[in-house]
Write a protein that binds this ligand. Structure first.
Ligand SMILES: [Zn+2]
Ligand SMILES: [Zn+2]
Length: 337
């Protein structure tokens, strides 16, 4: 089969691989759409817990083409997506019902071959039906499921104001999901004007360009500060600055992935004195169904976030676009037809 591979950090190319064999509890999916995530870029650069050589790709959708003997819930022809995370179900974290903190976490497209290929194998328990949802939209279920996990951890007070740093694909998912989950005001800020225009189209109540007026504008919108401040940039300096926009009793949600050796400084006395909270959320934690519901309801629109659709033959070019094209949002490969 055709496959995009990272042979070793820094080396990505279109190549071929044997069609994977489903085990008795597995489903073989013919991939139709697969999106490039920031994590894939980290994997390409050797900055993530991946194994090489690797077929990456963990945001995907497709059609079931064969099932193992023990599979009961899916059959050939079903349109599906899949949660890439495979917890071990036997470590202490799994026993505490914290599967995203599994000590032996495996992930499709990270520690085992993923969906930048014609076919991918996934355990039945990770597979979700998508009904009539488009393949392109269904390949966005995974990133929105990461947002859904953070939302489950967060409490959104009635009438809440939220401030999102970053209007890339994740920032636009976050802002829509916060709005759909009850935030009355969602302000989005970014350095890229066309990303802000898209965030506004998708329901951000205010957008603010990150220029030399940014700080003044953000404070004039909510002089008392924001209930929720979210970083979707992963830039340590931005995260540090984000802290100063919190209202008393506010929560800073650390969503963007900073380099794993980054350090930021927050004023500890203020955290104490103003009842502040700092909240992290890692990946997906059994939140696929919630994500599917948000997309299906139309409350979170995902297709406008897809800026580029490429054939798998343009594998390396996709990674270049996803890193440097000024118009980029989500870059997807369209694989089967
Ligand atoms: Zn991802
Ligand atoms: Zn485990």
């Amino acid at each position: 089969m055709k496959a995009g591979k990272i042979e070793q950090p820094g080396r990505a190319g279109f190549s071929s691989a044997p069609v994977p064999e489903p085990g008795p509890d597995d489903v073989l999916i013919q991939v139709h759409a697969a999106g490039i995530c920031g994590t894939d870029i980290h994997i390409l650069k050797g900055e993530y817990e991946a194994r090489y050589p690797l077929i990456p790709g963990h945001e995907f959708s497709g059609v079931v083409v064969s099932v193992g003997d023990n599979v009961t819930r899916f059959k050939v022809g079903d349109r599906v997506t899949a949660d890439p995370n495979i917890p071990c179900n036997r470590c202490l974290a799994c026993q505490r019902n914290e599967p995203n903190q599994c000590e032996n976490l495996q992930a499709v497209g990270v520690t085992r071959d993923g969906a930048f290929a014609e076919y991918v194998v996934v355990p039945e328990g990770n597979v979700f039906a998508i009904g009539e949802m488009s393949f392109a939209a269904a390949a966005m279920v995974e990133p929105l499921a990461c947002v859904a996990w953070g939302l489950e951890r967060l409490s959104i007070p009635p009438g809440a104001s939220a401030l999102v740093f970053g209007a890339g694909p994740m920032g636009c998912l976050l802002s829509q999901a916060l709005h759909a989950s009850g935030a009355a005001r969602v302000v989005v800020t970014d350095v890229v004007p066309h990303r802000l225009a898209l965030a506004a189209e998708l329901g951000a109540t205010e957008t603010v360009l990150a220029d030399d007026q940014q700080d003044r504008k953000l404070r004039s919108i909510e002089p008392g500060g924001y209930n929720l401040v979210v970083d979707a940039t992963g830039i340590p300096k931005v995260l540090e600055a984000a802290f100063s926009y919190l209202r008393a009793r506010g929560t800073l949600w650390v969503f963007g992935v900073t380099p794993n050796d980054a350090r930021v400084t927050f004023p500890s006395y203020e955290i104490f004195r103003r009842d502040l909270a700092i909240l992290g959320s890692f990946a997906v934690n059994r939140t696929f169904q919630e994500s599917i519901s948000m997309i299906r309801s139309g409350r979170v629109k995902v297709e406008p976030l897809i800026s580029h659709t490429l054939p798998l033959e343009d594998f390396a070019q996709g990674f270049e676009l996803a890193q440097s094209d000024p118009r980029r949002m989500k870059v997807q490969y369209q694989i089967g037809s």
